[in-house]
Design a protein around this ligand. Structure first.
Ligand SMILES: *[C@@H]1O[C@H](CO)[C@@H](O)[C@H](O)[C@H]1NC(C)=O
Ligand SMILES: *[C@@H]1O[C@H](CO)[C@@H](O)[C@H](O)[C@H]1NC(C)=O
Ligand SMILES: *[C@@H]1O[C@H](CO)[C@@H](O)[C@H](O)[C@H]1NC(C)=O
Ligand SMILES: *[C@@H]1O[C@H](CO)[C@@H](O)[C@H](O)[C@H]1NC(C)=O
Ligand SMILES: *[C@@H]1O[C@H](CO)[C@@H](O)[C@H](O)[C@H]1NC(C)=O
Ligand SMILES: *[C@@H]1O[C@H](CO)[C@@H](O)[C@H](O)[C@H]1NC(C)=O
Length: 424
């Protein structure tokens, strides 16, 4: 008696809430009520469609199973050959294309939840879907087919995979994650990764390790993803990676992302400083991504200076010129930084007036080149003077002698000439 009162109370609460909630449309016939909260359902090919549904059986009716049909909207009533799903184990007359693709969201039909999920959707799944409940009333088997139908329309797949990229740093192993669109429980999609270099050709990333993962979110929803683990290098910067997801029936979708690889900041060995005529000139070369900026702490102590900065690709070249009268520095600090890191280096100063065997930079080599050239010119001049002097002394020497001498000169060093000739 108490149970009955409670049940009646509960029922009245439920039905009244159904009626007051404006968007929930409950339709009743002969005491059987159905709520299809979404009459028009759009789904994307390759993914899945959910038909949300709940019902209330007529008085005295005990539900044993539910049956879903799909038929032409023009048909007044779907028939036996239109069955796509039965909640019991009976597989009779189920349209072959739907076998294994449809499940109840809540398998317990006594809870009056008739929502279904249809997996691996294709264009041909567009249509109108109708529900029937089978059960027992007054000890006899009975059934009732609800007249409201849910309409499913399938359109092309537009959802793209989601690619997650962590911050990529040169030399640090990293894992990209590609998640397939749709939370369905159908066939496992195939996920492939492709790398597009600066050229047009596709190739696999070297050292690629891919791993497929399926997460069960609920009994009927799964998330599929794939991870790609590799070791990024500066060469990967600016290249792109494509994640392609292939569902059944050749339905594919892909997403392409461009890789930004953070380079470890470096200060080049070609950086250098010199002092000449009381002017200090320093060059600091640094490369990295994001592009660094170069700072000279030295300039804080000077009011007169000039800085020239040139940028090419991922390299910054900063050169500073400072008049230095009394200051005697031995090193100058160059600081290179971007939003991720900062590196600094103390650059040794070469004093240009002293002769140092330092090969740093073209400016250090220049005095040696000048000295070498002047030495060669001097030697040639001396030889010329000696030859002239010699030929005046030996005016009488014949033609054959002179030919011999000039021949000798071509295959012997000038020094030999200088030493050898007075011996003649
Ligand atoms: C039916 O069951 C599913 C899965 O448990 C749930 O998400 C949904 O809200 C239920 N629908 C109704 C109308 O209770
Ligand atoms: C990387 O891709 C190539 C080309 O498909 C494949 O042969 C190789 O097994 C992959 N490497 C790893 C570690 O998965
Ligand atoms: C996910 O569910 C499927 C069947 O529904 C089961 O075979 C699989 O083991 C489950 N996986 C996990 C990780 O729970
Ligand atoms: C899928 O597409 C590929 C190439 O586009 C084709 O070779 C293959 O036959 C197709 N498979 C099916 C089942 O349609
Ligand atoms: C890479 O960097 C560029 C500009 O530096 C930015 O526009 C782009 O969104 C970045 N891409 C990623 C995947 O972070
Ligand atoms: C600037 O001058 C002060 C005082 O002479 C000195 O202590 C400091 O080291 C100088 N800074 C630089 C960057 O040379």
């Amino acid at each position: 008696m108490f149970v009955l009162i409670w049940a009646t109370l509960l029922l009245s609460v439920i039905s009244s809430s159904s009626y007051t909630g404006g968007s929930v449309k409950e339709t009743c016939d002969y005491g059987f009520c159905i709520t299809l909260s979404e009459r028009e359902i759009t789904a994307e090919a390759g993914l899945c469609a959910v038909i949300p549904c709940s019902f209330t059986p007529g008085y005295g009716f005990t539900v044993s199973s539910v049956v879903w049909f799909k038929c032409e909207p023009s048909k007044p009533r779907c028939v036996e050959s239109d069955i796509i799903f039965r909640s019991n184990k009976n597989r009779r007359n189920i349209q072959s294309g739907f076998e294994g693709r449809v499940s109840l969201l809540d398998p317990d039909v006594s809870l009056n939840n008739c929502s279904i999920i249809i997996n691996d959707i294709t264009e041909s799944d567009s249509g109108s879907y109708q529900l029937r409940v089978n059960g027992i009333r007054y000890r006899t088997t009975d059934g009732f087919t609800f007249s409201p139908r849910a309409t499913v329309s399938v359109k092309d797949l537009t959802q793209k995979p989601t690619v997650m990229i962590p911050l990529l740093t040169e030399g640090q192993h990293t894992t990209l994650t590609c998640t397939a669109p749709g939370l369905c429980s159908g066939s496992r999609p195939k996920i492939t990764w492709m790398w597009r270099g600066t050229g047009e050709n596709h190739s696999h990333i070297t050292g690629n390790i891919t791993e497929f993962k399926t997460e069960n979110l609920t009994a009927v929803t799964q998330r599929h993803s794939s991870t790609l683990t590799f070791n990024p290098s500066a060469e990967h910067h600016g290249t792109s990676v494509t994640c392609k997801v292939s569902f059944t029936n050749n339905i594919t979708t892909e997403e392409t992302v461009t890789l930004n690889v953070t380079w470890i900041l470096k200060i080049s060995k070609n950086s250098g400083c010199k002092v000449q005529s009381e002017v200090l000139t320093c060059v600091c070369i640094s490369e990295g991504f994001p592009l660094p900026t170069i700072r000279w702490p030295l300039l804080k102590n000077h009011s007169e200076y000039s800085v020239v900065t040139t940028v090419s690709d991922h390299t910054v070249n900063s050169s500073v010129t400072v008049p230095v009268k009394d200051h005697i520095y031995t090193t100058v600090r160059c600081v290179s930084s971007n939003e991720n890191e900062e590196v600094q280096q103390n650059i040794n100063i070469i004093v240009a007036s002293e002769r140092q065997e330092d090969q740093h930079g073209p400016s250090a080599v220049l005095p040696w080149v000048v000295a070498a050239v002047s030495l060669i010119v001097n030697v040639i001049l001396i030889i010329c003077v000696l030859i002239l002097w010699n030929s005046r002394k030996k005016v009488k020497s014949n033609q054959e002698d002179r030919t011999y001498m000039s021949l000798k000169k071509t295959d012997q060093s000038p020094e030999y000439d200088v030493i050898g000739q007075p011996l003649n």
